[in-house]
Ligand binder design. Structure first.
Ligand code: HPA
Length: 278
C-alpha cells in the first residue's frame, strides 16, 4: 500500500539527494529514460556518463532479471541532459506496485518532467512481427494492482486523469523521428500483466478481444505514477516475439533478448533523435 513511507515523495527526494551526492551536480534532465529488457545498450551512447548501482539508491533494490543492468545513469544524449534507468522493478519479482513506480518519483525529484519508457513485449496484433518497434498509444492495466492505492502521497493527485496517459505530442514526435530514420514504427495498446508466466493462448485471444496490441509485464505502474505527478510520457515497445498461440513455438526470455539485440541500434537512434527534437 502507498502510505509505505519507503516509497513516498519524501523518500524519493531523499533518494535523489543520495544520487546527487554520489554523482555530483546534475543538470535538469530534458528527459528521463527507462530502458527495458535488452534495451540497456542505449547507455553506451550517453556521453559524460556517471552511474550509480540500484543497490546504492535508497528504496531501490539490485536488479535481478537477465538483460537488466540495474544502474541509474546521468549524462548527455544528443547533447541534452538525460537521466536513465538501465533496469526496473517488476511486480513479478515480488516488489509491491508502489516500488515498481518509485524510480519514477526519484527521476522526477532529480528534475525530470518528461518520461520515455520502453519495454520488451509480445506481439498480439497479427500485423506485427518480431523486431517491430511500437509507439505505445494507450495501455490496459491488467496487473490488478495500482501503485497509488493507499494514503495520498504529498504532491499526487488523488484521482489522476488517465485520458491521455501517453502524450499525443510526444507520440507525434516519435512518429516524425521514426520516419526520418526510415523506421516503420507500429502503434498500439500495451497490456500490462503481472507475470512471471507468459500468457496462455486463451489469454492472448482474450487480450486481443480487449484491444491489446502487445503484452508485457512492466511499464504500467511507472506510467501511472508519472501521470499522478504530472509528467508527460512517451512509450515504445520492442516487439520481441509473437505472443503465445500467435507464435507456433514456445516463448523464452532468450528469444526476447535475441530480438532486442537485433533492433538495439534502431531503437537507440530513435531515442537519440527523439531527445534531440524535444
Ligand atoms: N508476454 C509477456 N511479456 C513479454 C512477452 C510476452 O510475450 N515478450 C516480452 N515480454
Amino acid at each position: 500500500m502507498t502510505g509505505d513511507a519507503r516509497f513516498d515523495a519524501v523518500a524519493a527526494h531523499r533518494a535523489a539527494d543520495v544520487v546527487r551526492r554520489h554523482l555530483g551536480t546534475i543538470d535538469e534532465p530534458a528527459l528521463a529514460i527507462v530502458l527495458g529488457s535488452g534495451l540497456g545498450g542505449l547507455t553506451g551512447r550517453i556521453e559524460s556518463a556517471t552511474a550509480i548501482a540500484f543497490g546504492d539508491v535508497p528504496g531501490f533494490s539490485a536488479a535481478t532479471v537477465a538483460g537488466h543492468a540495474g544502474r541509474l545513469i546521468v549524462g548527455r544524449l544528443a547533447g541534452r541532459p538525460v537521466v536513465a534507468l538501465a533496469g526496473r522493478f517488476h511486480m513479478y519479482e515480488g516488489h509491491p506496485a508502489e516500488q515498481a513506480g518509485f524510480p519514477i518519483r526519484v527521476l522526477h525529484a532529480l528534475g525530470a518532467r518528461t518520461l520515455f519508457v520502453s519495454n520488451a513485449a509480445g506481439g498480439i496484433n497479427p500485423a506485427f512481427t518480431p523486431g517491430d518497434l511500437m509507439i505505445v498509444t494507450d495501455h490496459l492495466n491488467l496487473m490488478f494492482r495500482n501503485p497509488l492505492v493507499g494514503r495520498l502521497v504529498a504532491g499526487d493527485v488523488r484521482f489522476p486523469d488517465m485520458s491521455e496517459p501517453y502524450d499525443r505530442a510526444l507520440a507525434a514526435l516519435l512518429r516524425e523521428q521514426g520516419a526520418s530514420l526510415g523506421i516503420a514504427l507500429r502503434e498500439g495498446v500495451y497490456c500490462g500483466l503481472l507475470g512471471p508466466t507468459y500468457e496462455t493462448p486463451a489469454e492472448v485471444r482474450m487480450l486481443r478481444i480487449l484491444g491489446a496490441d502487445a503484452v508485457g509485464m512492466s511499464t504500467v505502474p511507472e506510467v501511472v505514477v508519472a501521470r499522478a505527478i504530472g509528467m508527460r510520457v512517451a512509450g515504445v515497445s520492442c516487439i520481441t516475439n509473437l505472443a503465445s498461440g500467435v507464435s507456433p513455438t514456445p516463448l523464452s526470455h532468450a528469444e526476447v533478448i535475441e530480438t532486442t539485440a537485433r533492433v538495439a541500434s534502431q531503437f537507440e537512434s530513435l531515442v537519440e533523435r527523439f531527445v534531440a527534437a524535444l
